[in-house]
Design a protein around this ligand. Structure first.
Ligand SMILES: Cc1cc2nc3c(=O)[nH]c(=O)nc-3n(C[C@H](O)[C@H](O)[C@H](O)COP(=O)(O)OP(=O)(O)OC[C@H]3O[C@@H](n4cnc5c(N)ncnc54)[C@H](O)[C@@H]3O)c2cc1C
Length: 394
């Protein structure tokens, strides 16, 4: 079967779905291809911190109602070390800005519902996705859906298929440059049925390793501890995880972690990754397909939203005014923010984690950085403005 669309979008993660909705708002048709089921993408637990720019984007698309009702606005985070908490006050340091806690799979649910309501096609459970002629004016995507092979002719292809997707491999090796760093630790993440232990996120530096207290709702909490990235989750009983959390979050002021049944647990490896350029011919990469950050700075989902905002704008100008300047500048424009976020995520990660080979010197460096960050207004403001997100177009 043959089909035609203006923009073929591979991947129904936040990047692909938000792009399809932004394009639709400008009257540009697209087809979204996703290799997992709707149920799977709507239940995969990932990010949860939305910068103001991502919140604004959701609202612009008419998706703000549930987010405003169920999400929580935070105006600061706590950095905890030596048993003491130090608040980084986003409101004062960034002119009233903050972050919204709203889980990524809720963003995905809202986007899928809106896309289907608008009648925009999403093909779930596709297989054998192949890209053809991406360097030409007539790129195409071949895929299998319900045992039928479909040839999708496009003007442009958006590779929004995440780090393990297929789109990136269509860029010839000679035309790409990869920058990457693996970290010698991972995050063991859990969901716990309990009330929040804190009004804001707690980032803890401890000799046993990093810990993070985050939240999903008044009854569901998200927590992480640094662990060996090669460890098997079966090696961690719920009791062991809770013991580590309590030890790493120890506090001189009698603060107590509120505990409850653990409903989900997994181990996430951590890496930094960037491909340059993010475009080849008529193929544009966006989100995790083009870059990965360790989750410490909560930037992954927000970077994806930033990419597609630029891409949608560039495509709109192409279709409305036949302008190609922004399409040509897409990679350069996005990479500036990508590298800022890469640096911030690497910096937060390096400051807060224990490295297996760290010596007394390295630990003194981390402590000096932590003490400076919480005591200098300039250093706190730098963390705050990066965390809440630099303005769109920065
Ligand atoms: C376990 C985990 C935890 C994370 N936690 C955090 C966090 O706490 N904070 C944070 O900021 N970020 C976090 N991230 C990162 C954040 O979730 C990503 O940056 C975000 O999902 C990027 O969105 P995306 O749309 O670019 O990619 P994705 O969300 O990965 O979406 C890509 C989509 O493409 C689909 N796909 C893949 N291959 C194909 C194919 N061949 N054909 C069709 N479809 C395909 C996938 O199934 C997926 O649905 C986490 C990531 C992971 C993996």
């Amino acid at each position: 079967m043959n089909m035609r669309t203006r923009v073929g979008i591979i991947g129904a993660g936040p990047a692909g779905l938000l792009l399809s909705l932004l394009l639709a708002a400008d009257g540009i048709d697209s087809v979204v291809l996703e290799n997992r089921s709707r149920e799977e993408i709507e239940s995969t637990i990932r990010a949860g911190v939305l910068e103001q720019g991502t919140v604004d984007l959701m609202e612009e698309l008419g998706l703000g109602e549930r987010m405003q009702r169920e999400g929580a606005i935070h105006h600061g985070i706590e950095l905890r070390f030596d048993g003491e908490g130090h608040r980084i006050d986003f409101s004062t340091l960034t002119n009233g800005r903050g972050i919204t806690l709203y889980a990524q799979h809720e963003v995905v649910k809202d986007c899928v519902a809106e896309r289907l309501k608008q009648g925009g096609p999403i093909f779930f459970n596709v297989k054998d996705v192949h890209l053809y002629n991406v360097a030409s004016d007539q790129p195409s995507i071949q895929f299998v859906h319900e045992d039928e092979t479909i040839e999708l002719q496009c003007d442009f292809i958006a590779g929004c298929d995440g780090f393990h997707g297929v789109a990136r491999s269509s860029i010839p090796e000679a035309k790409q440059k990869i920058f990457t760093r693996s970290y010698p630790f991972g995050w063991l993440g859990i969901l716990m049925q309990a009330p929040p232990s804190s009004k804001e996120l707690i980032y803890a530096y401890h000799e046993r390793g990093f810990a993070l207290v985050s939240t999903r709702s008044p009854t569901l909490q998200r927590m992480y501890i640094q662990c060996d990235p090669l460890d098997a989750i079966e090696n961690w009983s719920d009791a062991m995880i809770l013991e580590e959390l309590q030890a790493r979050l120890e506090s001189k002021d009698n603060w107590q972690l509120k505990v409850g049944p653990v409903s989900q647990k997994s181990i996430l490896a951590m890496r930094s990754f960037v491909i340059e350029p993010m475009q080849y011919g008529r193929l544009f990469l966006a989100g995790d397909a083009a870059h990965i950050v360790p989750p410490t700075g909560a930037k992954g989902l927000n970077l994806a939203a930033n990419d597609i905002r630029h891409l949608a704008h560039a495509l709109t100008l192409y279709y409305k005014r036949n302008e190609t300047d922004l399409l040509e500048a897409y990679s350069k424009t996005c990479l500036r923010r990508v590298w800022r976020a890469e640096h911030f995520s690497w910096w937060m990660t390096s400051m807060l984690h224990r490295f297996p080979d760290d010596d007394a010197f390295q630990q003194r460096m981390q402590r000096a950085q932590l003490e400076y960050t919480v005591s200098s207004q300039a250093a706190s403001a730098s963390l705050a403005e990066n965390y809440v997100g630099l303005p769109f177009g920065w």
